[in-house]
Structures are given as C-alpha cells and as structure tokens.
Design a protein. Structure first.
Length: 803
RNA sequence: GCGACCGUGGCGGAACUGGUAGACGCGCAGGACUUAGGAUCCUGUGGGGCAACCCGUGGGGGUUCGAGUCCCUCCGGUCGCACCA
C-alpha cells in the first residue's frame, strides 16, 4: 500500500464548501409538485429572540434534521422547511426595553437566526421560509379567524381575565404560574373584566380527546392533553327554592346527594342577588366585592382556609326533600361546571373544611371504612333511604335515573378545558379583522380587504386603560363599516400568538401563493405532516390549538384531514448545570463559539451524543473532544481507504458491518441517536483494530454518518471518488444472516451465578453446550459431586445449571 | 394533594421481549513516539482481596433457575396539573 499524505481535517473549510454547494445545487429543495415519496419533516419553528439561536434550539433542530436526512437517504423526498414565530409579547417587550419598533428589530433577529441555521447545516428548503409577521402570512391568519367567525365559532364575551400590570395586558390562564405572570415572576396577576374574543374550542373537546387514542404520539404527551381537556362524567342536579328559583349544580358524585347538607354558589353566580335575604345583603355584597378585588393567587391556591357567607335562604335537596342553606364562597369557581355545587362535607375535602369552619352539618352517606372525609368510590351507601346498601358506582346510575324520572337531573359531561381567548390588548400581533358599527354590530372584514395591516406606529407602548395602543392611531382606527358604509371602528386587539402558530404547517408548502392560504394540490401531496418534532413545552397549548384549528378547517371543507400531526416525537430539554437555560438565570449557551472551534459536524454530533434525544440532558462541553476524535478517525480511515486496494471484507469485519447497519438503522429510526453514534464509533474502532480500511468498509459508514455529520460525510464521499452528493446515495441495508453469522459466547451459570463461558457455533444445542460446560474447570468446581437438578438453556446466550 | 417519569462507575450514559451490568465517550493511571505536546498511538480503569473468590444498578422485602428490568414498600429527584365539584 502506498502512503499518501493525508490532508488535515479542517471543518471550517469543509463546511463552508458544502454549504455553498448545497445552496448552489438546490440539494435541499424537493420537487413539491411531483415528489415520488413525499415526506414532510416538520420541526417546531423558533421564536427569533434577540439573543440568537441557543444550544437548546440547536439540540432540537439537529435531532429533527437528522431525522429528515435519514429519511432522505432512505429514498424519500424530504421537505424540511423553517420559519419564524415572530409576533408576540416577547418581542414586543424586548422592543419596548430598547425603544425600537419590533417591526425594525425582528428582521434583524431573523437574519441572525437564518445565518446560524445555515451554519449548523440544517437541510432546510429556504424557498419556503415564512414569518408569522409577514402580511402575506398573517393575511391568512386573519382569514382563518373569519372562517371561524362566520361559522359561529368565534364570539365575544365579557370575561374575568388575567391581567398582568407589568405587561399591561391580558395573559392567558396558561401563562399564569401560581398566580404570577409567567414573564414577570415577581408580578401578581389581577382579575379584570374585559370584552374578549374567544374560539369555541370546548365544542371540540370530545373529538380532541377521542382522537388522541389513534395518534402516534408518546403516551406522556397524550396524557398531558387528556388532563388538560379534563373530562368529567357526572350529572347536573336541580335544587329548587321556595321562591321558585332553580339552582343547577354539577357533580361527579350523584351517589352522595343524600349527604348534600348545603349549597354553594360562586360569588359571581347570577342567582346570588336573587337568593340573598334582605338581612344578609350587606354582608354578601361586601364579600363579593372582597373576592373581586382579590388576585388570582388568593383565589386559586388550594390549602388556604375557606371563606364564605350564608345567603339567608334555603333550597330543597332533591333526594331528601330537606331545606338546606345556600352559601356563597370563592372556593367555587364560576368558570367550571354551573358555578354552583352541592356540598357533601362527609365525602369531599373542600366541603369538609368549609363545613368544619362554619359548623355546617356533616352527614356520612358512604361507608368506606376510612375516616371522614372519605372520597373513595369503593363504598356502600348508608343514610340514603332506598339506596342503602348499594355500591357507589351502581348508586350513581340508579340515583341519576331516579332523579331524571322526576325531572331533577340530567346526565352531563364537563370539561376542564376553557374556550380559547384569542384577544390581546397589545401592539405586536395581527389585528383582529373586525369592524364595529353602531348599526350592524361587529362585522368581519371582507376577504378582499385582507390583510388588515398592522400600522407601524411610534407609540406602541401599552397603557393601563386595557385598550390596545392601536386605538390611539386614529386614521387606522376609524374606517367604514363594510356592510352599511357608516363610520365604524376597528377592533384594536391583536391575536394571541398561538393562533399564528396554529396553522403554519399548512402554509409552508404553499408560501409562494398569495391568492390562497394553501394550495389544494400541494396540501394533498404533503399533508398531514409526516413527522412532527418539538419540545414538550408545547405538549398542551400549541398542539391542542393546532389540532383544533385543523379540525375546524376540516369541518368547513378547507382541508381533508382532521389531525395535522399523526406522528409526533418530543425531544427532551437541554439544561445547564441542572437548570433550564434562561436569560434571567444567565446560563444560556450560544453555539457559535463551539461551532467555530470544533465545527458544526462535531457540535451536532456532540449534542446528540450527550444523552437520549427524547430525554435531553445537561449541557457541558467536557467531552466534545471525544466526538471530534471520532470524526478525525473517520477522516483518516476514509483517506486510507481511498488509497487502498479494493478487496473483500474480512469475515469478522463484514459481520460487524452488518451488525452496525442493523443497530444504526433501528436506533436512528427511533431517534435513539446517542446509541447510534456509539455503534458507529465502535465500528470504526473495529475497522482500525483489524487494520482494514477499504471502500467496502467505509462507504456504508459514511452514509450512516451523513445525517449526523453531513459536511464531513460529503467531503469524504468525494474523497472516495463519488461525483454527486452523498444524499443521492441509498441507506445501506444489512443481511440478517451476515449479522448473525459466526460463533457466540454462551454464559454458563451455576445456580444463577456466572461461572464460565464457552464459545460455540450459533444455534448450538443444549447438549453440545452442556458437554463443553462440564469440561470447564471453574464450572466443575461448583457442580462436582452434586446432582444436576435442572438446566435452563437460552439459545446462544446462557446455560444455567441448577444443582 | 393528583398524574407521569426517573434513581446504574469519578462524570455523560449503554443494557431489545427478565438471560455476560457498566457498550460508547469523557476523565484518570501507566507506557510509546517526540525538542515539546493540552497532538497521536498502545495498555489499564465498578469496589474489596496476593489469590481462589466476594460484593455491587437509591434502601428493604418478594416472584423466578436467573431481576437494573416484574410486584410490594420506603427514601430521593424531575416534570405537568392543582379549591375542576
């Protein structure tokens, strides 16, 4: 073999060369109109923060990119788009802090992200980049709103909403953490009553829940969604009052109705006034005022002492006929159920605490053998007239049936899920396309007038009035009513960003069309998304909202499927020193310096090697060098192979190769990237140990390496004399017989303890192995002199001798 | 409180349906080559013991020929939900 000097591996040169070539040759741009095997590889698009892409983003995107490149090598036409979720309070607050309009800042941030995303070697089809802030995009966000509006799924409602005094804006329930603003952990969220736009997502609760069963998602993500939807089965029971008012309560435990010793209405309940006795009025009103001024923390935190006021009137228990007192208390929430409950202190912890506090009667009606309050449903009814002795579950059905017959109950299902509030009293979002007319009411902006462009204004600062800054922009604010032509006023609220991101996957394949949100043919070809990869932080809201919007569009005949993401994989979180990376903690790691020092390929692989992709891990840079050493070894070996004579692989190497292909294929398919990398490392070690670098040994490795380290794989592929991109090659296949051939080591155990090993041909019989085993010194020492009571043989693995 | 997941060398982590615990990598130790090396290569590396062996996957118990893996229980951690009737 002739020794040719091997050039040094310089990632910067190699990576620049291939990135330039991929762009020039449109390597990453599939034919969207006539693909042979379309594969839509989607990753959750980033919010382009001013700090740029951080290693957490890169961890996420690398794993998704590997998936796309892997599928590409398996012969799919992979469409891997990238875009930016650039509207929202996040950008707006940053813009406010630096005193520049976000419209000016965002393009710069996007440019930084784009540069970083290109630099790390993502296989993105940049022809189809999108940004939610682009009027060509949000025109269709507004259009989607109008579809829901016209279908009666968007409505206005005055609602108690969370108000963050710092943001001076409404924040969603889900953005409130323990009563504090998610963005301002030192700021308590207050309650305010505002007129808001909502989407009627609760109407879809049942379908959103039921469909979960047939999605290829991780069980944990589905559980999160199920809990969020929070379905409860029960009944509405009617308690009437002497004055004629009927109070409807929701309960999941109708079997305990005989133990309902009082009723509680939420302070906001519409019947409170009517049911309050004259002499209690002053006290009740004072209580209601006090509750209203309370912030959400005090209202929501569970373990505090209960407060409440007796209304001075009574209702009739539909089961016992007794008059029971009616109270109001803030532990009952107006947003859930009917805003009124029957209190069964013996069998509910909250009611028990309340009854104890106010000395209300506690009547045990279910015998469970546990002390009160006992909430178990494994009990038998007592003190319940004709139902005594009935088991709880049985009693639930029978009591409901009995009350239904008398018109006092309706079986009912309740959801924890609330309607989706899409209004934000902010500037940086797509304006809600509604015009208010004194004569016509709220009128949707006609499609031909879309988009309602967000004006660039100087004073985009929100104020405490609760009215969006857009209201101050008079020439924008006043407009003609599209229906009657009279002067109207624009809606000044903008959309929640979750609406921007609830449909972006529909837009990607169709970004070049301005006359339609998505092209029917393109959509038919590419959707639903083949694999969706993203973080668990979006397990609930983003995914639920996207599913909801898709479902509605399906019902309106706009798309042909109702689940946008049949296959979802969630990557883990990359943390730093045991904590989530965040700007406030100051532990955000930026990838640029690492990429510069080690190269994008090394850094990509390192991120994938530090832990299981779907679990995440702690970022520390101590072992990057190991990955770089591996790529150096591959580099050297491939160059040696280029100069080596062609020849057959030694048997041992051939077997190892087939085993490696098998392992890397299954692991990569499952996104178990860390073990796939380990298998490739092991293989290269074997190639080097056997001193057998050759084309046959190294070419399949390069193809398997290509998804992980695409640049160096391309370079070495060329070194071996190939003309085109390595991504035009086919993923290597393995032969099971070749992977399995050869001898195996069978472990010999005596009474379950390892005492020896014997080498036999694969598939050897028990007798054969036993004979060899009994010749083994160490084994004999433990067996000799004792009768063999039993043997357990596991083919090719273990023989256990029981003596 | 409820729900889900997790606990393996000095470190990150392997171990498919119960079947050789610690793959792969970092680090560390020794050696080779070198003017030098934080470069490269080789050897070793769970703990104890001179050895035969013994002990080892958070603690305790169980099932099994055999348990990191299954069951019970306790301890510790992460995440989600949380006055949802």
């Amino acid at each position: 073999m002739t020794r040719v000097p091997i050039p040094a591996y310089d990632p910067a040169t190699v990576e620049a060369k291939w990135q330039e070539r991929w762009a020039r040759e449109h390597t990453d741009e599939p034919d969207l109109d006539r693909p042979r095997r379309p594969f839509y590889n989607l990753m959750m698009f980033p919010y382009p923060s001013a700090e740029g892409l951080h290693v957490g983003n890169m961890f996420a995107f690398t794993g998704a990119d590997i998936h796309g490149r892997f599928k590409r090598l398996q012969g799919y036409d992979v469409f891997e788009p990238m875009g930016f979720d650039a509207f929202g309070i996040h950008s707006e607050n940053y813009a406010l802090s630096v005193g520049v309009n976000p419209a000016e800042l965002i393009p710069k941030n996007i440019a930084t992200f784009r540069r970083q995303l290109r630099r790390f070697g993502g296989m993105y089809d940049w022809r189809h980049e999108l940004s939610t802030t682009d009027p060509r995009y949000y025109k269709w966000t507004q259009w989607i709103f109008l579809q829901l509006f016209n279908a009666g799924l968007a409505f206005r409602k005055k609602a108690a909403v969370n108000w963050c005094p710092k943001d001076m804006s409404v924040v969603a329930n889900e953005q409130v953490i323990d009563g504090y603003c998610e963005r301002h952990p030192d700021t308590r969220v207050e309650q305010r009553l505002l007129e808001q736009w909502f989407f009627n997502i609760t109407r879809y609760a049942e379908r959103l829940l039921a469909n979960l069963d047939r999605l290829d998602w991780s069980e944990s993500t589905r559980t999160l969604q199920r809990n969020w939807i929070g379905r409860s089965e029960g009944a509405e029971l009617i308690f009437d009052t002497p004055a004629g008012a009927k109070i409807t309560v929701f309960t999941t435990r109708p079997d305990t109705v005989f133990g309902a010793t009082y009723l509680v209405l939420a302070p906001e309940h519409p019947l409170v006034d009517e049911l309050t006795a004259q002499e209690q009025r002053r006290e009740v009103n004072a209580y209601r005022r006090a509750v209203q001024s309370k912030d959400v923390v005090a209202r929501r935190v569970g373990d505090k002492t209960k407060t409440g006021v007796f209304l001075g009137s009574y209702a009739r228990n539909p089961a016992t006929g007794e008059a029971i007192p009616i109270w109001t208390a803030d532990y009952v929430l107006m947003e859930y159920g009917t805003g009124a409950i029957m209190a069964v202190p013996a069998h509910d912890e909250r009611d028990f605490a309340f009854a104890t506090e106010f000395r209300l009667p506690i009547r045990e009606v279910v015998r469970t053998g546990e002390p009160l309050p006992s909430v178990s449903e494994d009990g038998v009814l007592i003190n319940s007239a004709q139902f005594d002795g009935t088991g709880c579950r049985d009693a639930q059905r029978r009591i409901v049936a009995w009350l239904v017959e008398r018109g006092l109950a309706t079986p009912q299902v309740q959801y924890r899920l609330h309607d989706w509030c899409i209004s934000r009293q902010r500037y940086w979002g797509p304006p809600i396309p509604i015009i208010y007319c004194d004569r016509c009411g709220p009128v949707g902006v006609p499609e031909q007038d879309l988009p309602v462009t967000l004006p660039i204004i100087e004073d985009f600062r929100p104020d405490a009035s609760g009215v969006s800054p857009l209201a101050r922009h008079k020439e924008w604010y006043f407009t003609k009513c599209p229906r009657c032509g009279a002067q109207g006023r624009r809606e000044t609220d903008v959309f929640d960003t979750f609406l921007d991101s609830a449909w972006y996957f529909l837009r990607y394949p169709s970004t070049e069309f301005d006359d339609r949100p998505w092209d029917p043919a393109r959509t038919k070809t590419w959707l639903p998304v083949t694999t969706y990869i993203g973080g668990n932080e979006h397990a609930v809201l983003h995914l639920l909202y996207s599913r909801f919007i898709t479902m509605v569009l399906r019902d309106l005949g706009k798309v042909a499927f109702e689940e946008p993401f049949p296959k979802l994989r969630a990557h883990g979180l990359l943390i730093k020193d045991g904590a989530k990376m965040s700007k406030s903690r100051g532990n955000v790691v930026v990838p640029d310096a690492y990429i510069q020092q080690w190269g994008a390929d090394t850094f990509r692989m390192y991120l994938m090697f530090l832990g299981p992709y779907q679990e995440g891990g702690d970022f520390r840079d101590t072992s990057i060098v190991g990955v770089r050493r591996f790529l150096d070894k591959v580099w050297t070996t491939a160059h040696e192979a280029a100069g080596a004579d062609a020849g057959a692989l030694p048997d041992a190497l051939e077997r190892k190769l087939h085993q490696t292909i098998r392992k890397v294929t299954t692991d990569t398919e499952r996104l178990d990237y860390n073990t796939a990398i380990a298998a490739m490392m092991e293989y290269v070690n074997v190639v080097r140990e056997l001193g057998a670098p050759s084309r046959a040994a190294i070419e399949p490795l390069l193809i398997m390496l290509a998804p992980f380290a695409p640049h160096v794989a391309e370079e070495l592929w060329a070194t071996l004399g190939h003309e085109g991109s390595i991504f035009a090659a086919r993923w290597p296949s393995f032969q099971e017989q070749l992977a399995a051939a050869g001898d195996v080591e069978v472990v010999i155990q005596v009474n379950g303890k390892v005492r020896g090993r014997v080498t036999v041909g694969r598939g050897a019989s028990e007798q054969e192995v036993l004979a060899l085993a009994l010749r083994d010194e160490a084994v004999r020492k433990f067996v000799d002199g004792k009768p063999l009571r039993k043997t357990v043989y596991v083919q090719d693995r273990v023989l256990n001798l029981v003596v």
